[in-house]
Design a protein around this ligand. Structure first.
Ligand code: G3H
Ligand code: 13P
Ligand code: ZN
Length: 322
């Protein structure tokens, strides 16, 4: 069942975080849905501009609709990840999406507000909610690269003003994470004091954590042992820190890189062990199984495991009232 992102946030805020995972193909969708049914957890399917260009907009929609039919118990929202203004409008007008992200965080504060405000007006008129971004994460985002010294934590006072003036429904905040496999070089982690200050200024308002992959060391080692060449110093977010961030208002947690690592490990190990094989369905099946197990593990860390029936009751109960 496709629901609105706002409905998921209303149930989750302060209690658990909704995992938001990017998909680009059928195998990712199958693992994602299977894993969340095993975990009994709601989730958000995210489509990036890159994914829309890779698979095609119609193909992605068809995959998600088919997965919804195959897994009638699943409760999820469909979200545009890191949209520009034109892509936001395309998604809003399509009638398929639950919410869009307008990412104008690289623009000046006033320009970010003006662009976000325009998208909010058009989205709200069609019943979609809007995630915006303020502050600057490090790493690579679509085709924009931000190096660590230019990454900037979100200012709590600016965050309050930004939300008031744009009317956005959730805010992606820079709180120490970055996109990709190389987030931390040493003992850094999330800036909890910063998250707490933002929450003090925006009580009850859903915050979004991007760049939340853990980049497990054993995963990187297995990939490299099977022929990969990833930097062994790659580090991500300690998934045990999600539990501390949730009561501080972090309600949506974006994870992409870790899923790519699962794909890379399964396929590299498969073809190393079976160099004679050229039937891609064999590693494909293995990947779907492994990706589902990965989702079950992440759901535990996000505290969303076992919440599916409660979420269904909260949402369908309210739907009948409308
Ligand atoms: O933050 C970006 C996501 O990891 C999506 O990546 O733009 O390569 O699809 P992509
Ligand atoms: P990671 O790839 O670092 O997990 O980030 C995902 C993300 O923020 C998608 O918007
Ligand atoms: Zn992101």
């Amino acid at each position: 069942m496709i629901v609105t992102t706002a409905q998921l946030f209303e149930v989750a805020y302060g209690k658990f975080a909704v995992g938001a995972y990017n998909i680009n193909n059928m195998e990712q969708a199958l693992g994602l849905f299977e894993g969340h049914i095993q975990a009994r957890a709601p989730f958000i399917v995210q489509l990036s501009k890159g994914a829309r260009a890779y698979a095609g907009v119609k193909m992605l929609e068809a995959i998600i609709r088919a997965a919804d039919e195959n897994y009638p118990e699943a409760i999820f929202a469909v979200h545009l990840d890191h949209g520009d203004e034109a892509t936001c409008y395309d998604c809003i007008d399509s009638g398929f999406y639950s919410s869009v992200m307008i990412d104008a965080s690289h623009e000046k504060f006033e320009d970010n507000i003006a662009i976000t405000r325009r998208v909010v007006e058009r989205a709200h008129a069609r019943g979609l909610s809007v995630e915006a971004e303020l502050g600057m994460l490090g790493g690579v985002e679509e085709d924009i690269q931000v190096d660590e010294k230019h990454a900037m934590l979100t200012d709590p006072d600016e965050a309050k003003e930004f939300v008031e003036r744009t009317g956005c429904d959730s805010l992606a905040v820079a709180i120490g994470t970055s996109h990709g496999a190389y987030k931390f070089s040493g003992g850094q982690g999330l800036h909890f004091d910063r998250i707490a200050s933002i929450q003090r200024n925006l009580p009850g308002f859903p915050l979004v954590m991007h760049g939340s992959s853990s980049v497990p060391q054993d995963e990187v080692e297995r990939i490299n042992a099977a022929g990969g060449k990833l930097d062994p110093s790659a580090r991500g977010v300690d998934a045990d820190e999600f539990a501390r961030a949730i009561p501080l208002g972090v309600t949506k947690v974006n994870i992409d890189t870790d899923g790519r690592l699962v794909w890379t490990r399964v396929h590299r190990e498969h073809f190393k062990e079976h160099p004679e094989n050229f039937d891609f369905r064999k590693p494909g099946k293995e990947y779907i199984r492994e990706y589902a197990a990965f989702i079950v593990h992440k759901s535990e860390k996000l505290r969303s495991t076992g919440t599916l029936d409660m979420v269904r009751e909260a949402i369908t109960g309210k739907m009948e009232l409308v």
